[in-house]
Design a protein around this ligand. Structure first.
Ligand SMILES: Nc1ncnc2c1ncn2[C@@H]1O[C@H](COP(=O)(O)OP(=O)(O)OP(=O)(O)O)[C@@H](O)[C@H]1O
Ligand SMILES: [Mg+2]
Length: 353
């Protein structure tokens, strides 16, 4: 039986995240009943707190696994920007390259959740606060030049694009220069692809892969179509690996050393799926760290999948510690290929968790 390697040591790695920082603002309430003013529910305010989303969530995830983590990007020069920065700093993420941009809004997702005492909570409404335009060009140029200056200083760079404009051509080129110099550069793509050819790996979800390759997401349920789309994107961006995250269907890996039809893992997790938001950030963080730690890409996928299976069991965006990852990693050897008729059999299975 093939032995499963333990969780690699991540605490010697130096990593950076550049991209769109997002604040996840939660307002926790208790339902009171119907309003007499309008046909709406009345909620009693209980508490509120701030969490990290987007690139900020990737940074928290990298740090929780022990890596020496630096965050590069912009937040608004406002209370939310400050609080987000403080949250990251309190967890040991380096925030000296977070720029506070006057007059710019920190992208913020406010989620109103309602819960009866001791009952599971439910999202009632989401309000997005968004900047009208990307942060100013000077700030973005400073981030890109800082990325260039990190050549030889870091083991991995994650570029996290959430379409708020942080990932521009300049940053893309800086990231690719690092990749050419031997740094592991992993892109979680949303919009920008221009200038990014030559990154080490990409981690799109199925919807993003479909959009980048002008296909319908439904078509990518078909294993053959998924593989074709993956190879189309791989040759467009000339990355070494493409990790497609497939929500509750797990993940599939394509590229160097993989069979043409890819390798797959079924979704991990033994408990209840509570909140999938940010699971893709965890996947990207762990995949990048594992590659930087010298893991083979199929094992990096299994680690990423196991960690994602941990965070979907928690409320809000969450992180996975090395201890949680060790418990979540399947103790079983590689599973046999899944049945060709199952939607998760799009690629050869390398060990489901
Ligand atoms: N419902 C689920 N059940 C089990 N695992 C899940 C579920 N949803 C997501 N995951 C795990 O998390 C990984 C990443 O999720 P997903 O494909 O939804 O990423 P995403 O769309 O980029 O998420 P986000 O952008 O919100 O971070 C999946 O590949 C899988 O391992
Ligand atoms: Mg994502």
């Amino acid at each position: 039986m093939a032995a499963v390697s333990p969780v690699p040591r991540f605490d010697r790695l130096r990593v950076a995240v550049a991209g769109d920082m997002i604040a996840d603002h939660y307002v926790v309430t208790e339902p009171r009943g119907l309003s007499r003013e309008a046909p709406v529910m009345v909620l009693r305010h209980r508490s509120e707190y701030l969490g990290a989303g987007g690139a900020a969530n990737v940074a928290r995830n990298l740090r929780a696994l022990g890596a020496n983590t630096l965050c590069l990007g912009a937040v608004g020069r406002d209370a939310t920007g400050r609080e987000l920065s403080q949250l990251l700093a309190s967890e040991g993420v380096g925030v000296s390259d977070l720029h506070y941009v006057a007059g710019w809004t920190t992208p913020t997702k406010t989620r109103i959740v309602a819960a009866e005492p001791r009952r599971s909570r439910q999202q009632v409404l989401r309000i997005d606060r968004e900047p009208d335009a990307p942060a100013d060009a000077e700030t973005r140029a400073r981030v890109a030049s800082r990325v260039r200056a990190l050549a030889g200083e870091i083991d991995a760079l994650v570029v996290s694009d959430y379409e708020y404009g942080a990932v521009d051509l300049d940053l893309a080129r800086a990231a690719v220069e690092l990749a050419r110099g031997g740094t592991v550069v992993v892109l979680d793509p949303r919009r920008q692809l221009e200038g990014l050819d030559g990154v080490t790996a990409l981690t799109p979800n199925v919807g993003e892969l479909a959009r980048f390759t002008a296909r319908s997401p439904e078509r990518l349920n078909d294993p053959l179509q998924l593989a074709r789309a993956a190879h189309a994107l791989l040759s467009k961006i000339r990355a070494r690996w493409l990790l497609v995250t497939r929500g509750n269907l797990g993940m599939a890996l394509y590229g160097e050393g993989c069979p043409e039809d890819g390798l797959s893992v079924d979704a991990s997790g033994t408990g209840n799926v509570t909140d999938v938001s940010g699971a893709g950030d965890t996947a990207t963080a762990v995949f990048a760290l594992a590659l930087a730690a010298g893991e083979e890409p199929p094992q990096a996928m299994r680690l990423a999948n196991a960690a994602s299976g941990v965070v979907v069991m928690e409320h809000g965006t969450a992180v996975c510690t090395p201890e949680q990852l060790a418990l979540a990693l399947p103790l079983s050897p590689a599973a046999p290929p899944s049945s060709p008729s199952s939607p998760s059999s799009s690629a050869r299975t390398v060990g489901s968790s």
